[in-house]
Unconditional design. Structure first.
Length: 182
């Protein structure tokens, strides 16, 4: 699940570093509504185990879902689910994403402007998935994270080159998308 609309989204701002996003740029009222609606219309249950990025916008999304579903277990936070580090683009206009995505297509292993590479994002997501598969055998999990992180992970489950993460439909705010076989 991608987090609901945040104040960074509303302002068209890239907020990808912990110093800016751990305690700032939470959900807007629209983001909270999106999250409630997504949870209410999902197949998730009170038994769903929620693991979330520790950034405020994702934490608030995860906590809202847990409350809506009356989850049995508290939300677990993981730094591995944090937003992709957009390096020198931090706190700049979100129109700069397009420059990063263009670079990703041809250089998924190469960083430009100190941006975390596609390969690095996928590696940390795979560390998380491996750990979760060891801990949970048949439970339903909900990962709450950020657009690029989830797009890159989604390519792997679709059998695509992760450099093509922008070729699949982008996740909307508060969208829940199943990974793996449907």
């Amino acid at each position: 699940m991608r987090h609901g609309e945040s104040f960074a989204n509303r302002r068209g701002l890239i907020a990808s570093k912990a110093v800016n996003a751990l305690d700032n740029y939470g959900l807007t009222s629209i983001g909270k509504e999106q999250t409630n609606s997504a949870a209410a219309s999902s197949v998730l249950t009170s038994q769903t185990i929620i693991i979330s990025s520790d950034y405020l916008r994702a934490r608030e999304t995860a906590e809202t879902v847990a409350k809506e579903l009356l989850c049995d277990t508290p939300v677990t936070l993981s730094a591995l689910l944090r937003e992709r580090d957009f390096g020198q683009y931090e706190l700049s206009n979100d129109t700069n994403y397009s420059q990063v995505w263009k670079h990703d297509l041809h250089h998924p292993n190469g960083s430009k402007n100190s941006v975390e590479t596609v390969t690095q994002v996928l590696a940390r997501m795979n560390r998380l998935i491996t750990d979760l598969e060891r801990k949970f055998e048949s439970e339903q999990l909900l990962l709450v994270s950020h657009g690029d992180v989830l797009q890159i992970l989604d390519t792997q489950y679709r059998g695509l080159n992760p450099a093509l993460h922008r070729s699949i439909p982008p996740l909307g705010n508060a969208e829940i998308r199943q990974l793996g076989p449907n």
